[in-house]
Design a protein around this ligand. Sequence first.
Ligand code: MN9
Length: 292
Amino acid sequence: MNELNGIYTALLTPFTRDGKINEKELVRLCKHNLRLGAQGFYVCGSTAEALMLSLEERKYIMDIVKDSAENARLIAHVGSINERDAHKLAGYAKELSYDLISSVAPFYYKFSFSEIKDYYVRLADSSDMKMLVYHIPAFSGVGMGADEISSFLSDDRFAGVKYTSNDFFTLERCKALFPHKLFFNGYDEMLLSGLAMGADGGIGSTYNFMADKFVKIRELFLKGEAEKAREIQNEANRIIAILCKIGVMQAEKEIMNQLGFDFGDCLPPFGKISSEHKELIASSIIPYVERA
Ligand code: MN9
C-alpha cells in the first residue's frame, strides 16, 4: 500500500453565491494543487464541509475531482452518520475507480468499538474497496489507542490510517507493528513530527494553498535534511497559527478568495469572517503563498 504515499490536499469546497457547488472553481483548485506538487486529493473530508452536504452534492464533488485529477491519487471520504449514505458513496467511489475509501468513525451516539469496527468492515465489504480509517478524535469524539488501531490494521481490508492526532507515540507503535500499512499525518502543523514517527505522507487542509511547502518538507525529510525541513515547517506554522486564531476553514476560504479564486464562504452555521481578519490575511499570509 505504500505506493499511495505522499502529500494529499484535503480539498475545500467552493460555493456559488446561491449556495451551489462551484464546479469551475473546484476544477481550478485541483489544477492549482497539481501545479503546487500535490500527489493526491482527499475528497469530501472535513475540510470539504462534507458532513454538511447532501449525498448528491458529495457525488458531484467526487465526479468533478475525478475528471480534474490527471494522475493524482484519489481518496474518497465516504463517512456519514447515515450508514446507508456511506454505502452509496463507497459504491460510487468504486465506480469512479478511486484508489481508497476513508471514513470518520461513526460519532454522536457513543457506539462501542465493536459497532464502530463493524461499520468500517461493512463499508469495505459492500464496496470492495480498501479502507483508510480517519482517526480524528478531537472532532469525532471517538478515541482509539494502539490496540484498537491495530485491530483494523491486522485486517487486509484496511489500507491504513489518516492520523489526525498529536499522540505520536501511538502512531509510531502502529507503524512499527504494521510497516507496510499506509499512515498519513493529519495535523499540517506537525507534518515533520509525523514523518519522523513513521507517517508515509500527509493529508491536509492548508495544503489547498501551500501544498508546495509540505511537498518540500517531505522531500527534505526523506533526504535526511530535517533541519531544512523544519525551516519550511516554521514558515507554514506561522501561517497556520493565524488560521487557528481566525477559524481554520473560514480563513482558508478567504485565502483562496484573496488569491484570485471565487470560493464564497463556509456554509452556516459557520460564521462570516470579519474585515479585520480579512486585512490580517492580506498582510500576513497572501504575500507568502503562491498565486493561482
Ligand atoms: O485532517 C485537517 N483537519 C481538519 C486534516 O480540518 C479537521 C488539518 O489539515 C487541519 O485543518 C490543520 C489545521 O489545524 O492541520
